[in-house]
Ligand binder design. Structure first.
Ligand SMILES: [Zn+2]
Ligand SMILES: [Zn+2]
Length: 411
């Protein structure tokens, strides 16, 4: 047996927000009230089949208090190699997403990952001085990304740039064309991975020569329970701990991300350039910088448009270490799948992973009927025609498309 076969595969989503603390006080105002620490762990365990979840609001003093309570009650315990185990099932990684500001005023989101509870408490204390209200999620710190890295690195944590192409607040989306304009070469070596964000995938990101050495992460950035694991990573490692996770991101001793699962980038909220004047979504050859319809330059630039803009005309070339990227249409994008249908599906198949990737057409149709079964299978096979998202609006399944009608007639 080779070394690889001794390792286990884990389902991992490293970007989930907390909505409320246990006293129902807000942590992320735009996030769902049900998104508490304990509910996230339960959702991962019971519905999503997620083994490791990264919670990005752990530096909030309210969340720190909740974690302390869960640890004292014995529901959660700290692992020797880092990470917290909830009821001996789901591993929680302690993270903090912070907004940084470059000297020219440009903003980006960065995520700090810490192995131990004491580290994130220390980090939280340090950030109190630079963030206005640390209780709330993704707050502006006023420090640069490099300064943020220095703080996190000094406390034994790692930094991963979040949703790197998103307009307004991300490294490539709103700050720079190359990472070395933001971070020193020594820092770049210590950043093991980048998060692609919902509107990009490996195929698009590998247009950038800059990214060849980085591991790609596909995380949900969930603000509500159903959205957990709409993107996730399958990681091969020995144990679900912080130490093993870091080895996997660095691709050490056979630990690695073996598949990225993510939405078709068209379904993301910022895939194409969007006109803020006349609401037109760009459809022409990227990059589109101004509205194709009314000519306005008041646009929200699309992720696709931005990547092509800064790719220097390079084709997409994936390095040898790059794992396959598997597109998935999360269940809440499938037309006609509401709460009732979801409950039926979960009741029968257990987890979203089973429904999206394993259950057969016959099985699904017996539970929720032919029409929805057909759409779930079509989504799995990449056969649904999609309309691109942009300007903060998700993409969607194109019900009017001739392709989808042809597909309809096959059943
Ligand atoms: Zn963010
Ligand atoms: Zn326009």
């Amino acid at each position: 047996m080779n070394k690889n076969q001794q390792q286990n595969q884990y389902f991992v989503d490293l970007h989930v927000h907390i909505g409320r603390d246990n006293n129902d006080l807000p942590v992320k105002i735009t996030a769902s009230r049900k998104l508490t620490f304990a509910n996230i762990a339960k959702e991962c365990l019971n519905r999503k089949g997620i083994d490791i979840v990264g919670i990005v609001d752990c530096a909030s003093p309210r969340v720190i208090e909740d974690i302390g309570t869960l640890m004292r009650s014995g529901e959660m315990r700290e692992l020797k190699d880092g990470g917290l185990r909830y009821r001996d099932t789901v591993t929680v990684i302690l993270e903090s997403e912070i907004e940084t500001r470059e000297k020219n005023g440009r903003l980006s989101h960065q995520i700090a990952f810490f192995p131990y509870f004491a580290d994130i408490r220390e980090f939280s204390k340090k950030m109190k001085g630079v963030v206005t209200n640390l209780n709330l999620s993704s707050q502006n710190s006023g420090i640069t990304a490099q300064e943020f890295f220095n703080i996190v690195n000094g406390l034994g944590g790692i930094v991963i740039p979040a949703h790197i192409f998103t307009p307004h607040k991300s490294v490539y989306g709103s700050c720079v064309a190359h990472l070395n304009e933001m971070f020193t070469p020594a820092t770049i070596k210590k950043i093991p991975a980048v998060e692609l964000g919902l509107s990009a995938d490996t195929f698009l990101a590998d247009h950038l020569e800059d990214l060849g050495d980085f591991t790609f992460l596909t995380n949900s950035d969930a603000h509500s329970l159903p959205k957990i694991a709409r993107e996730y990573n399958v990681i091969s490692m020995e144990e679900p701990t912080f130490k093993e996770l870091l080895m996997a991101l660095r691709r050490e001793s056979d630990r690695r991300v073996i598949t990225n699962y993510g939405l078709d980038p068209k379904l993301g909220k910022y895939h194409r350039t969007y006109c803020e004047e006349c609401n037109n979504m760009a459809s022409g050859f990227p990059p589109v910088f101004q509205c194709e319809k009314c000519g306005s330059k008041k646009v929200t630039r699309g992720v696709l448009d931005r990547i092509i803009e800064i790719s220097d005309g390079r084709d997409t070339i994936s390095p040898a270490h790059r794992p396959p990227y598997c597109h998935q249409v999360a269940l809440d994008f499938v037309p006609g799948v509401g709460k009732k249908t979801l409950d039926k599906l979960f009741g029968y198949f257990g987890t979203e992973m089973n429904i999206l990737h394993k259950a057969s057409y016959q099985e699904i149709s017996q539970v929720v009927g032919f029409k929805i079964a057909k759409d779930i299978i079509a989504a799995r096979e990449g056969k649904l025609s999609l309309l691109a998202g942009g300007g903060g609006k998700y993409g969607r399944v194109d019900r009017e498309s001739e392709d989808n009608k042809v597909f309809d007639s096959l059943f």
